[in-house]
Ligand binder design. Structure first.
Ligand SMILES: [Zn+2]
Length: 339
């Protein structure tokens, strides 16, 4: 199976940021999500005593808390190791912005640093720029930087992170989208909830992509995280606009236990959007979930007969899995799939 992860992140240690009040909120908020994801994706209160669940829960909370320490980072060697363990051929690598964590002082990782890291594995890693906050820095600068990264560093996409940026339908971003179109690259957008305090969630609602889809039909737009919890909104929008794709990064992380909820999310996307526009990814960022678990999820998740009957969803076929795993993303990134 040809696997391309649509979303991975690299970042250096963040201990120099750990004393900022917003950083503390971020760690607390993320730890809370590690707990609440079990609530959201289960059919009832989570049984932490169930085999394997308590260990996964405790390990993920510990990993989030460790982000305040100098030893924690998402380095390129760990990423390659994680990909190798699971047989993942390629990953898109995105710098982490989240400039509010330091009250505007520094981003978690710069494009230049990520470009240097991924240059160590040019056959495995694909650069995706994160230019935010574009409007605060100035659209001209973002355009200059994007062009540099695409032409000089071979980046193949860019990511918009609305918690840093504001709503994607802000007209001042139009010159930026024009450059994305001209460069022929993919636009990735964080959609759904903003998982990291203090970033706001309202600008991440997938419905805000509609005007971008209308004015820039040539740009392939991948909405990360299935727009969760606005997944139906995203699916209906993607059904309407051929250039809007549904990225499933985060789903495996959220769906330990292969829950009914995960089956429903995938089933609805398959029916409304179709398997030509489903894009697989992990949101790997050093810990929390390795590629092994995520690939196992991709290869084995099935929509149960009960869910198929309740909603008239189809089962997940091998052809669908292969498109979802990498063939769809290869097509829009213009990457040749090895025979
Ligand atoms: Zn993400």
């Amino acid at each position: 199976m040809f696997l391309i992860d649509c979303e991975t992140h690299l970042w250096p240690p963040m201990d120099d940021m750990a004393y900022y009040p917003n950083f503390k909120k971020y760690v607390d908020g993320m730890a809370e999500y590690q707990r609440s994801r079990f609530l959201q994706f289960s059919r009832g209160p989570v049984d932490l005593e169930a085999p394997g669940i308590k260990e996964k829960y405790e390990a993920s909370v510990k990993a989030v808390r460790a982000r305040a320490h100098s030893s924690a980072q998402a380095d390129v060697e760990s990423l390659i190791r994680s990909m190798d363990e699971a047989g993942v051929q390629l990953s898109c690598v995105i710098p982490e912005g989240m400039i509010d964590l330091t009250h505007g002082h520094r981003v978690r990782s710069t494009n230049g640093w990520v470009a240097k890291e991924i240059a160590k594995y040019p056959e495995r890693l694909i650069g995706v720029a994160n230019l935010g906050p574009i409007l605060k820095r100035g659209v001209d600068l973002a355009i200059y930087e994007l062009e540099h990264l695409v032409k000089e560093k071979n980046f193949k996409g860019c990511k918009l992170y609305p918690p840093d940026e504001g709503p994607p339908n802000c007209r001042e971003l139009w010159p930026f989208y024009e450059k994305v179109r001209e460069l022929g690259i993919v636009l990735f957008v964080h959609t759904g909830i903003s998982w990291c305090p203090p970033g706001l969630s309202a600008p991440c609602h997938p419905i805000l992509l509609e005007e971008v889809c209308i004015d820039f039909p040539e740009i392939p737009i991948v909405a990360f995280h299935m727009g969760y919890p606005y997944s139906t909104d995203l699916n209906l929008l993607a059904a309407k606009y051929p250039n809007l794709y549904v990225g499933t990064s985060l789903l495996p992380r959220m769906a330990f236990g292969y829950t009914r909820k995960a089956q429903e999310l995938l089933g609805e996307a398959l029916v409304l959007v179709g398997d030509d526009k489903l894009i697989w990814g992990t949101d790997w960022s050093g810990s929390l979930i390795g590629h092994k678990d995520a690939v196992e999820f991709l290869k084995t998740i099935q929509i149960s007969e009960a869910v198929q009957q309740d909603y008239h969803y189809p089962p997940i076929s091998q052809t669908t899995r292969e498109k979802w795993a990498g063939l769809n993303l290869a097509r829009i990134l213009k990457i040749k799939v090895p025979n």
